[in-house]
Write a protein that binds this ligand. Structure first.
Ligand code: ATP
Ligand code: MG
Length: 596
């Protein structure tokens, strides 16, 4: 399978950063990146000061910070000065409730303005914010409130009634539930967010904040097992700021839209903190995915930089195939758009090229994890794209590929690891410890945290190849790769190839145990609208796979499945496909899409 490199040979409207990649890498230091931030007036570092107060204090106060598109399409805006006042009020609310440093404040909210107030007000108060995805059912909500030692929950009356009220006694540490919008009166043991806010003063002096103070608690997506609580500190803002510049090419004049929900790390690091630190105008869409709505928002909001996910791009590809016609995107003026990036799952090469053809811009894949807190490997605005590659390490990021042992993870002998020297050889992706947004712990699980490090490296659990020019290619999660007749097969490669067939919308690939080969590759395939799952199509897809991938890697079995199991952040849960196939217990399903 070969996709041509996409060259950046036309002069872009805004000259991109990092045109000298190697030079930028050797010149970069994290302490310089720290120096680009203001710091608290009395010393120390606080995310919310960098994101809000700093701008409001300068002369950017009247600039629009949030441009909120409500479900009914009406648009309201919040300036940086107003955001500074609102977040000060919320910090005062917390203080008046006796909630202080390190205490945990959870949100269970849609993407409404109050969510942004709560996040940043909590950080101002040096309390810790933990966002929950609002579509979680009662079980995952209760599990996380308990695991995360929640003291405060900010939610709506409807969400509280449906997901928390009956479980309240199971979370005895939860002292305060604040209800956004109407309905608090009818709910015992809750208070009205709005009433508390209007009674609170709109100025607040951020208390001394150490860069190592805990700021955010993020649960991982639960793709490979039970979600883990990753601890992040205020210092992470140094990495948010620097990487939004290098990997997303963000600048103060941008109108920026990140489609990830703030319930996930992308929606927090790059959906709230990083863009506000850069002083951009942030588009906040309260509504759900809808192809027309999304193209309209891109056009009407004059979005310049767009950060989204492969699952969302694949939905758009279904609505607007690369073959055309491009009626839907052409109905809107997308001319402001200058940079598109994606994260969260492997981005199939076709999606990169689809972006170029349909949006007029290729999609820039980048890689990171809840644990890393910021983008680590990326395709950059200034650099050519090799479709299918997740790019190269950011300035300040030292990445490598480690030789694997029997269990498929990096081999550690007497505390030492071995780096893969030859290009093209699979190994575990590892990152030299010490970047500012590295997680500082898995909550209540020191053993697991310690096990994630060896020999000065953080071991990511992902398998990759590095080519001779230093580009990284995702192979699979260590838990997902398939050993078949002596070959190591990454499901992503097989899925990408199948998705190039015009009948296929998405695919999830697993290994099914086989007495002869060890495992055979089995693909679960969802079809584009209007395509019928016939035996002929099955045969055609098997042949298509063999042609593209060769018989050793191609799927031996195809099953049609219009509802592939996915996490709520849109990732295919191969472990669920595998468990279902083998009749095994499916494990933790708290993040399975569609579960309540
Ligand atoms: P869990 O750790 O609970 O199983 P998760 O790993 O999906 O869930 P996240 O931290 O949200 O939780 O996701 C990070 C993972 O997503 C990465 O380790 C990687 O496997 C995958 N990923 C992220 N970006 C990319 C990318 N650009 N290409 C390939 N995979 C990616
Ligand atoms: Mg993970």
């Amino acid at each position: 399978m070969h996709w041509e490199t996409i060259h950046k040979d036309t002069a872009p409207v805004v000259p991109p950063r990092l045109s000298d990649y190697e030079g930028a890498r050797s010149a970069f230091t994290w302490s310089q990146a720290r120096g680009a931030l203001a710091g608290l007036p009395g010393g120390g570092l606080n995310m919310a000061h960098e994101a809000v107060d700093r701008h409001a204090a300068l002369d950017h106060g009247e600039k629009v910070a949030l441009s909120c598109v409500a479900r009914d399409d009406s648009v309201s805006t919040v300036t940086y000065a107003e955001l500074a006042r609102r977040t000060a009020r919320f910090a005062n609310v917390l203080r008046s409730l006796g909630v202080g440093r390190g205490d945990r404040v959870f949100t269970l909210l849609g993407r409404c303005p109050e969510l942004y107030t709560t996040v940043l007000g909590t950080l101002k108060n040096t309390s810790v914010l933990c966002p929950l995805f609002s579509a979680f059912g009662p079980d995952p909500v209760e599990q996380r409130l308990r695991l995360g030692d929640a003291q405060v929950l900010v939610t709506t009356a409807a969400l509280y009634r449906r997901k928390v009220a009956e479980r309240r006694t199971s979370v005895p540490g939860l002292k305060h539930v604040l209800i956004v919008g109407p309905g608090a009166e009818g709910l015992p043991d809750t208070a009205s967010f709005d009433d508390l806010m209007s009674a609170a003063p709109d100025t607040f002096t951020i208390p001394p904040t150490s860069p190592e103070d805990m700021a955010l608690l993020h649960f991982t997506s639960g793709t490979t097992g039970t979600p883990k609580g990753a601890v992040h500190v205020h210092e992470a803002v140094v990495a948010h700021h620097a990487t939004a510049a290098s990997a997303l090419d963000l600048r103060p004049e941008d109108v920026y839209w990140c489609t990830a929900d703030p319930g996930w790390v992308t929606g927090m690091s790059y959906g709230i903190i990083a863009p506000l630190v850069h002083g951009v105008t942030l588009v906040v869409d309260e509504g759900d995915y809808d192809a027309r709505r999304w193209y309209r928002i891109l056009g009407e909001q004059r979005v310049t930089v767009w950060y989204t996910a492969p699952t969302a791009l694949r939905m758009l590809m279904r609505a607007t195939p690369r073959e055309g016609p491009y009626d839907l995107p052409r109905a809107f003026d997308l001319s402001a758009l200058r940079f598109v990036a994606s994260v969260g799952e492997p981005l199939n090469p076709e999606a990169v090229v689809w972006g170029r053809d349909v949006l007029g811009l290729p999609v820039h894949d980048n890689w990171w994890q809840t644990e890393t807190g910021c983008i680590m490997i990326a395709n950059f605005a200034a650099c050519d794209i090799r479709p299918g590659s997740m790019g190269r390490p950011l300035p300040g990021v030292d990445a490598t590929v480690l030789e694997r042992g029997e269990d498929g993870r990096a081999r550690v002998v007497d505390g030492k690891v071995t780096e893969v020297e030859s290009p093209g050889v699979e190994g575990e992706l590892a990152l030299r410890t010490g970047w500012p947004s590295m997680f500082r712990g898995y909550l209540h699980d020191k053993e697991r945290y310690d096990a994630a490090f060896a020999d000065g490296w953080y071991l990511t659990g992902d398998l990759v190849r590095r080519d001779g020019d230093g580009w990284y290619w995702f192979v699979g999660r260590a838990d997902d790769v398939i050993k078949s007749a002596g070959h190591l097969i990454g499901p992503f490669e097989v899925e990408s190839a199948l998705m190039e067939h015009p009948a296929v919308a998405e695919a999830g690939v697993i290994g099914r145990p086989d007495p002869v080969a060890g495992n055979v590759v089995k693909a679960f395939v969802s079809l584009r609208p209007g395509v019928d799952p016939t035996p002929d199509l099955e045969r055609e897809l098997l042949a298509f796979g063999r042609r593209k991938l060769g018989p050793a890697v191609a799927p031996r079995e195809i099953a049609f499945d219009q509802k592939l199991p996915k996490t709520r952040s849109g990732k295919v849960m191969r472990r669920v496909l595998r468990a279902r196939e083998l009749g095994l217990p499916t494990g933790d399903l708290s993040t399975l899409e569609g579960s309540e």
